[in-house]
Design a protein around this ligand. Structure first.
Ligand SMILES: [Zn+2]
Length: 418
């Protein structure tokens, strides 16, 4: 042990103190302020979303004010910058909920967002951890007030806000005996067949994006709209899980199909793969145990990641219950395969098939236990040739035609079966 003189001790102590001071000072002031790095607004009739991206997770508080209606969000330990100031300019006149947004530094450490509202809203404010290319996100969702309690989106909100022991909402499966659900069964009366089309992704979640910037969410919405027209011309009732650029969580898509008592569910995608050479149209059905190929597993993983990308509050009573799934699964899967085969056969007439047969993977969006469900992969947006196809209106029309013809074939054979 080195003996120190009194002076040395004092000096060292002082040095130690000096070394500690900035550190303890930083502790006292808490974490460094968050830097705002991006803002976005996704106006839609279903709900409008405001996303504020930052370098660090933020703490926030929010409250509403009346006359005129406002939502105030205080972000703590943050400093206003030009990025955040740019939010005000992003409000569109057509936004169903937002009249204007003001941002300001309300205290030396608090940034205040004042959202002037056009109608009273049910606000959902939450944060999301970084995922994909996104940093920390503060998400402000504005839902219309007075939404039908049976609406699957409302059920999802309730599952977040209400105590978690509330009974499942009507959208949840009734654990009754398995129904040998042939789509024909519901149609023997006057009821028209009901088709739920599900354009993948939307809003904050672009889906796959081609090197030239073609976005999956836009392609599949246009294919779905075209498909709807054709199916309606066949005399079917057709709904869409989204008909605008909005993000809808996967389980809400499933719940919407069930709430509408859909006879079948078609999710439409245009996916990508790590290798640009991967190409070809494909049709998937659910396989809860595992994918039939590595590529199928990869696709299911990327698709199931949509909720993380698009952003949903985690919790959720609206999960499809796997025990109930098992009860009706067999009949539903049999019908799903029939539907998939019919659609794949039609799609094979317009494009090279990725595989010659129906593929299987554990896609969350296909988990409705009692609605035959398929996922159509129109083409690979990551393949230069197919990217060209997907950007052409004629190929989109052909896809729509093929899907509709496949659906009609399936429904037709279901009728014959009875
Ligand atoms: Zn997709």
């Amino acid at each position: 042990m080195v003996k120190l003189t009194r002076r040395q001790i004092v000096r060292r102590g002082a040095g130690l103190l000096l070394a500690l001071t900035p550190v303890s000072g930083a502790w006292a002031k808490a974490a460094p302020a968050a830097q705002f790095t991006a803002t976005r607004i996704w106006p839609a009739h279903a709900y409008t979303r405001i996303t504020v991206e930052s370098s660090r997770a933020v703490k926030y508080q929010h409250f509403t004010l009346e006359n005129p209606g406002r939502l105030v969000v205080d972000v703590e330990n943050a400093h206003i910058n030009t990025v955040l100031q740019g939010l005000s300019g992003k409000v569109q006149g057509s936004d169903p909920f937002i009249r204007s947004i003001r941002v300001g530094q309300s205290t030396p450490t608090t940034v205040r967002l004042v959202i002037d509202l056009k109608q009273s809203v049910n606000p959902q404010v939450f944060t999301l951890a970084p995922v994909g290319g996104f940093k920390h996100r503060l998400v402000i969702d504005l839902y219309p007030q007075g939404m039908d309690a049976d609406d699957p989106m409302m059920a999802l909100l309730n599952s977040h806000t209400a105590a978690n022991n509330t009974p499942r909402k009507p959208s949840a499966p009734a654990p009754s005996k398995p129904q040998p659900k042939a789509s024909a069964g519901t149609r023997s009366g006057s009821r028209k067949p009901v088709v739920m089309l599900d354009p993948g992704h939307g809003g904050e979640d672009p889906g796959a994006v081609s090197p030239n910037g073609l976005r999956e969410k836009d392609v599949v919405l246009s294919v779905a709209r075209e498909t709807k027209k054709r199916l309606e011309a066949f005399g079917y009732t057709v709904y869409m899980t989204r008909d605008e650029d909005v993000f809808i969580p996967l389980n809400v898509r499933v719940a919407k199909a069930r709430a509408r008592k859909a006879d079948l569910f078609v999710s439409i995608h245009a996916d990508s793969f790590t290798s640009p050479t991967a190409r070809g149209t494909g049709v998937y059905i659910l396989n809860t145990k595992g994918a039939t190929s590595a590529a199928a597993r990869f696709l299911a993983q990327t698709q199931n990641n949509a909720d993380a990308i698009g952003g949903v509050q985690t919790s959720g009573n609206l999960q499809v219950d796997n025990t109930i799934l098992d009860m009706t699964q067999t009949a539903t899967l049999r019908d799903s395969r029939k539907l998939a085969q019919a659609v794949l056969g039609e799609l094979g007439k317009i494009n090279k098939l990725h595989k010659g047969r129906v593929d299987e993977a554990n896609f969350a969006v296909l988990r409705a236990p009692d609605v035959p469900s398929i996922l159509v992969e129109t083409a690979f947006i990551s393949n230069p040739i197919e990217e060209q196809l997907l950007s052409s209106a004629s190929f989109r029309r052909q896809c729509a035609e093929a899907i509709s013809n496949g659906v009609r074939q399936y429904l037709g054979s279901a009728v014959l079966r009875r």
